[in-house]
Design a protein around this ligand. Sequence first.
Ligand SMILES: [Zn+2]
Length: 348
Amino acid sequence: MQQQPYQYTKGKIAVERARMSSDNVVLGVTFGVFFLLTFGYFIYSYFDEVAKHLGGVTFLGGVIGLLIALVLGCVFLAVSLGIGMFLTRMMRQQMLGNSLEVQYSAYAWLRDWSNEVAADLEMPQVEIFITQNPVINAYAFGFARPYAIVLHSGSIRYLTEDELKVIVVHEMAHIKYKHTDASVYLIPFLIIPIINMAGNWIAGFWRRRTEFTADRLALAYIGDAALVKNALIKVHVGPDTAKDMNDVARQWLQYKAERPMNRFAQTFSDHPYLVRRLSQVDYWDTAFHAAQAQPVQTASATPVQSAPNGEMAAQSSAASTQTPKPPVPPRKRKNSQGSPKGDNASEA
Ligand SMILES: [Zn+2]
């Protein structure tokens, strides 16, 4: 029986290439830690009470206590999730009241373009709002439809049309890979006072990864590494001195970024350092080109490989995802970077 040739659109290939399954592993671990923290409180409270009243804990008492803790924990999660979904919807309603939807502006083309991209990436169309904020930035939010991207007015002013496309695809990636949905599930753990400080730090490891993944989709879809890097540089250092981020500046920042103290400091940031993002773009650009130069590989012939930031780039193994994931070039320690980043609203 003759096998049909695989029909991959540009969007499908980009989505498969940029996908990093280890992101979900890190997200799972994050949820696990949060569950323990949450249930741990209820369990401790229960046993503390029992110990006070009975002077000890029986086996039956322990089982009942555990069940009560589980039920209370689930109720807490359900209520918190409901609040998170409500807040997300309120955010969108406020956008509708306080900002301009891009299709009513001179940038209407951006909405048309994003609709085409959404079809290509096989994801829901996104609303794009422009809000008054001179800082170049953007973020995505939503839980199920509708999903929205908010562009700061500074982005409109200082970014070229092509750079705006980079930012929009980056934000669309947060929706496509369900980073925005997952962020809503994280809300319950991040609204509890005291715990939320540790919670944000813990969630940061996953969030920073999502930024790399969103950058990677922008690169894989748009295919212009210099353009993607220019957009990122403008977002991080501003438009006036963006052109001054030359090789010497990058090498110095890269060198410092590898120092232990710098790496530790980054764990308190919801985005990866700029130089790490730039290095990732260069790294994957090389990898994507290497993949294009080679015939499509089958799953059985492709080992798991390590990306420069330590993430595991597992090759697709499912028959439905036999898109060529790029072979990874020689490990470049100098250009490697560390951990990754997010929020309810995933900023660029
Ligand atoms: Zn982002």
